[in-house]
Structure formats: C-alpha cells, structure tokens
Design a protein around this ligand. Structure first.
Ligand SMILES: [Zn+2]
Ligand SMILES: [Zn+2]
Length: 312
C-alpha cells in the first residue's frame, strides 16, 4: 500500500510513519520555545485502531484530533486510548476521546494517584496558564477502564501491542511495543528532542530511569515513536546516548560535591549558570534525582529538610 501524504496546518501536523502508524501533533506551547508539543500516535489495521496518548484536552486541540480522525479515517473503530503516563499533555484528551469514540482508556497502576491529582505549576508564563488549567481539569477526570502492569497485552484484530513498565520519568511510565512492526511508543521516557526531565521520588526516579533504558536496549526495535518530537530511526544508538548523558552528568555532580558544592542550590548554579526562570524547578528536581540515585547507590549521604537537600 502506498503511504498517504503528510498534512500540515497552522493547528496540527500529521505524518505517516508506516502504513499503519500515524503521528498527530497539535501545535501547542508547552515549556520553552522550540519544545515540540506532545504526539498522539494512531495505530490501525483494517478498521481496528488504538491511540497511544490522547493529546491535549482543551477544546481546540481535542477537535483538531477528532476532526482529523473523522475526516481521514472515518471507518476506524478506536478500541483503546493507551496512556504512557499521567502528565496532562499526554492524558487530558482521553476523557473526551473515550466518550466520542467509545474507547477504553488504560494506564499503569502506579499512575493512579498522580492522575487524580492536579499539578500546579507557577513558573509557566501567565498567558498559557489558563490552557494548562483546563488540561489539569480534564486530566483528573480521565475515566480509566483498567490499571495495567508490565507485560499486559493488547490484541485487537491484527494489532499486537505489549505494555513495558519503564519507570523513571514518572513511576508508572509505560512504553508500548507495537510488535507487528517493532515500533516502541516511548512516551516521555525517550524523546525525539533533547533529554527529558527526571524528578526525584515520588515524582520520578533517576536510578529506575537508567535501569529502564537498559531494559529497553535489550529489545530489537525498528523505530522509537516518542511522546514529543520526531521518530527515532536509530533506537540503540539513541538509548546508549541517553544513558551516557546521564552518567556524564552524574560524574559532574560527584566532582562538584568533591569540590565543596554540598547544597542542591549550589549544584544548580554550578551546572546551569544561565538558566531561564521557567526551567529552574525542573533543573533543581533533576539534580535532586541524581542525588537520590547516588544515595541509593551508597555513594553519598543526604540531609533533606525544608526543601533543602544537603550532602553530608
Ligand atoms: Zn511527562
Ligand atoms: Zn510530555
């Protein structure tokens, strides 16, 4: 079958990865200029379809995805919306999609609590706050049909998809392996753009993240279809690069600690001297995540009080 042509509009981008996988990206500002908005992946064979991630839950974004499906794939039945994790850029469209298309929504059981919790973020530019609030309003209402675990299989028509638990970015992050074509839908575990932020527990876990990457590297993959950015055509190389990047940062942190930077805020200033305001929290979290991993590995001891982390 010939691949269909890609579509570009001022609201969204559609790209055909294979004859059964379509990338749909609504254009939305998220964190920083240039950071690509989250992807929804449409996977279909004959008239059976599933979505990986739901896109954004504001009306414009939701209608963009809905209208695309109705216009270009009018006969498909969307059996499932598979969520990679609870963050609202991936989950907040699910309530409306599940109602319109009568689809089941799945997520990992460890995302349950966070999915039901609004995330307040005050370092987001004011003009985007309203949209963000709508996403959070929608996120907490997501109707989950089943909370799943590692190894869960989704078999619909010819489609065979397996859930792989890959904690790190969040504790219940899942990558979905589309076995038919060896495509990994990686959510925010692996991005097609730069690196992803990993917070300290309970929001994320750097130690588990590195384990998850190593686990993924054991699969023979053709493509990685990420939660943000473009498809990755060299999975092994990409995963190795991500592991090395984190280990390099860890080494830098160990060296800075040895040089006397004992506070998380000192490490932040030393590592990111010119950081823009909107990124400070996530950078600090990232450093704490490394510190937490070093503690788990028994390489340092930590004193944590009043939002201050100190190496002792
Ligand atoms: Zn995320
Ligand atoms: Zn995301």
């Amino acid at each position: 079958m010939k691949k269909k042509s890609n579509l570009y509009s001022d609201k969204y981008i559609v790209k055909h990865l294979t004859t059964s996988v379509i990338q749909h990206t609504v254009k939305n500002f998220q964190f920083i200029k240039g950071f690509p908005a989250s992807n929804t992946w449409i996977v279909y064979s004959n008239n059976d379809a599933i979505l990986v991630d739901s896109g954004f839950g504001d009306r414009t974004s939701f209608l963009s995805l809905k209208n695309y499906i109705n216009n270009y794939l009018p006969n498909i039945k969307i059996h499932y919306v598979l969520l990679t994790h609870h963050h609202s850029d991936h989950s907040s469209g699910a309530r409306q999609l599940s109602e319109i298309f009568n689809s089941k929504v799945l997520i990992h059981k460890q995302e349950k609590k966070m999915l039901k919790t609004r995330t307040e973020s005050d370092d987001i530019p004011v003009r985007y706050r309203k949209k963000r609030q709508k996403w959070e309003d929608e996120k907490v209402q997501t109707p989950i049909s089943k909370y799943i675990e590692h190894g869960y299989q989704i078999n619909i028509g010819n489609l065979n998809i397996e859930a792989l638990h890959t904690p790190g970015h969040t504790l219940g992050s899942i990558c979905y392996l589309f076995r038919n074509e060896r495509i990994l839908f990686s959510g925010d575990t692996i991005l097609g753009y730069d690196t992803v932020s990993i917070s300290a527990p309970p929001n994320g876990d750097m130690n588990l993240y590195l384990k998850s990457l190593k686990k993924l590297n054991r699969y023979k993959l053709k493509y990685i279809a990420p939660g943000h950015g473009n498809v990755i055509t060299n999975p092994k190389q990409k995963i190795n690069k991500l592991i090395l990047h984190r280990l390099k940062r860890e080494k830098q942190i160990i060296d800075l600690i040895d040089q006397g930077h004992k506070l998380d805020s000192d490490l932040l200033d030393a590592i990111y001297p010119n950081l823009q305001k909107g990124l400070k929290n996530s950078a600090l979290n990232q450093i704490r995540s490394h510190l937490h991993r070093l503690k788990v590995l028994n390489k340092i001891q930590l004193k944590i009080d009043q939002n201050k982390w100190k190496v002792i």
